[in-house]
Design a protein around this ligand. Sequence first.
Ligand code: 2HA
Ligand code: ZN
Length: 270
Amino acid sequence: MKNILEAPFMVEMIRTATNMYAHGWDERNGGNISLMLEEAAVAEYLDLHSVLRTIPTGFTAPALEGRIFLVTGTGKYFKNVQYAPEVNLGIVRLQDQGRRADLLWGYADGGQFTSEFPAHMMSHVARLQVNPENRVVMHCHPANLLAMTYVHTLDERAFTRTLWQMCTECIVVFPEGVNVLPWMLCGTNEIGEATAEKMRTARLVVWSQHGIYGAGKDLDETFGLIETAEKAAEIYMKIAHLPRLNTITDEQMHLLEQRFGIKAREGYLD
Ligand code: 2HA
Ligand code: ZN
């Protein structure tokens, strides 16, 4: 067996968590990541029949039966992931219609997956239906997106249009826009179901007064989505209280659609 700490998926996960912390998106134990792994890739590093322990999930997700995920641990700090991956991360395989997770590696101090596991797994189900290549769900607390949910309408079209207007490339990076949930109690199946429903039409879902969820085919794409939306929100928070003399017009956004071969969400541009 090869050393799992040298597996490309593990190296990338550790680098991503470290980078998210460095961006200030994951204070204390804030944020969580789940990365779906290919069985053949994991089998190079772990005996898939060797189950360390079994953890009940509290939900069902039949579409994910047998799927393997690398997931950040509950209560764990992104800051520490690089120093003790086997304590702060775990690899689980969903069994029994998703009702239980067999621990294959990690959570070495007796811990378990993030409290937002329902929102992650339900979002994976939703995104895989839209794009079978989806592998990542990522949650964090970027300050400017959060700030925006205090002072901007939560109407999804208006919220999206504001972000698109803040940097030229936003509409190119997330042409489907961002969906927005009102404040809800986190860590529950309810917020998981609501997030997954929103994930059917966009890879970014804002949790008002809490943070954001992103989904994508790899860690880079998902990080980049959140990074771009957060940059736009930062510009908004710098200018929201100032008279706006210029903006990116809908006409210009139509030019971007043509230039980059993308299509903005139906009805979001005039
Ligand atoms: O504690 O971010 O939403 C991790 C979280 C919960
Ligand atoms: Zn959170």
